[in-house]
Design a protein. Structure first.
Length: 368
């Protein structure tokens, strides 16, 4: 574990709210947190202009944003975001998991969307400043955390297809409970052979709202068919698994080897994904990042060569997949239940995040 010595949250001016959520109301929210529905008292913010760069670092009361109808983001979707969590450890301290990796991905997303790049110092400083003032919002229940949502949007008032000359960076926070309220459960996945999440040269590797908006219609259609998530195939051949709408995919074979699609510009480089691959490698699994052919996966599921498939991401950590289907197939993964490799690695990762196990890789950073 390491402590974030830089940047100092002192760079962020603090403007406390005059109307904090009452203690009893906050306690009720923390007792039964729901993802993305309740937010803390404050938000961190930094403003940018082409002329002056990044200025006015502050923590201010959480509240609505005032946008002109001609604000660039509303018309040209110049927007990016990140997702990470703050975890309360048994001694009451609060830690984040690999925030520097989120900062680096945020910078790459900004570059792809022609937004100004925010320094790692400002990204991490904003997170630390917000958690310092709203630390009472970090829950302490089993598998609970404070979800942090850094985002940036083009804030210039203009209509015209060019990069915005003004931008706003904010961090908001929401206490969240365990993703699986009744325990980790396998999900059913519809493999879309009609829609594609991203294409070569596009924004698939950037964490931007447009990628998620494009996944909503196929997700809606999957719900209508009785499935919980959608897995997308590559746009060039329509034969290779890429990722779910918001999670990466990993395949576990009967011999213990693990395969996952490579990050090649169309797949989001998941922080959770890379961490899981490291833990799998540490445990002696042979890990391959190579194309996963749908026909190959169908064959190997049918003959038992593949025993587990899971999705991974910040919100759920690891989600076992119990069923894969499309118009021309419907297959159960293993015995349809969460597999032993999935559950073992998930436990190992969450034990590190919550301070229950040694942090061999230096992934945890103390915030307060």
């Amino acid at each position: 574990m390491s402590t974030l010595t830089t940047p100092s949250s002192a760079a962020f001016a603090l403007h406390r709210t005059d109307h904090p959520v009452p203690d009893a109301e906050r306690a009720a929210a923390l007792a039964s947190p729901r993802f993305g529905t309740v937010f803390t008292d404050h938000m961190a913010r930094v403003s940018w202009t082409h002329a002056d760069g990044w200025t006015d670092r502050r923590v201010e009361p959480y509240g609505p944003l005032q946008l002109d109808p001609a604000t660039a983001v509303l018309h040209y979707a110049q927007e990016i975001f990140e997702g990470l969590k703050a975890y309360r450890h048994p001694d009451g301290s609060v830690w984040s998991f690999r925030p520097e990796a989120n900062a680096a991905r945020f910078a790459r997303s900004a570059q792809r969307l022609a937004l100004p790049e925010l320094s790692e110092a400002d990204f991490l400083g904003a997170i630390r400043a917000l958690v310092e003032v709203d630390r009472e919002w970090v829950p302490s229940g089993e598998e609970t955390s404070l979800y942090l949502r850094p985002f940036m949007y083009a804030s210039e008032r203009f209509l015209g297809v060019r990069p915005s000359l003004e931008a706003e960076f904010l961090v908001i926070a929401s206490p969240v409970g365990p993703y699986f309220a009744g325990g980790v459960k396998p999900v059913s996945i519809w493999v879309s052979q009609q829609y594609h999440r991203a294409g070569a040269g596009g924004t698939g590797a950037a964490k931007c709202g447009g990628n998620y908006a494009a996944s909503l219609l196929p997700q809606q259609e999957a719900y209508a068919k009785g499935f919980e998530q959608v897995c997308f195939l590559d746009d060039r051949t329509g034969t290779q698994l890429e990722e779910l709408g918001g999670m990466n995919v990993v395949v576990v074979r009967a011999d213990g080897s693990v395969v996952t699609p490579p990050v090649s510009g169309t797949i989001l480089e998941g922080v959770t994904r890379s961490s899981i691959l490291q833990l799998l490698s540490d445990a002696g699994h042979e890990v391959s990042e190579r194309p996963v052919l749908l026909d190959e996966l169908r064959r190997d599921l049918a003959d038992g060569s593949v025993t587990e498939v899971f999705a991974c991401g910040t919100a759920a950590v690891m989600t076992p997949i119990g069923r894969l289907a499309s118009d021309d197939f419907d297959l159960v993964v293993g015995d349809g239940e969460a597999g032993p490799v999935t559950m073992r690695i998930r436990a190992e990762l969450t034990d590190v995040q919550y301070g229950r196990a040694a942090d061999r890789h230096g992934w945890m950073h103390r915030l307060v």
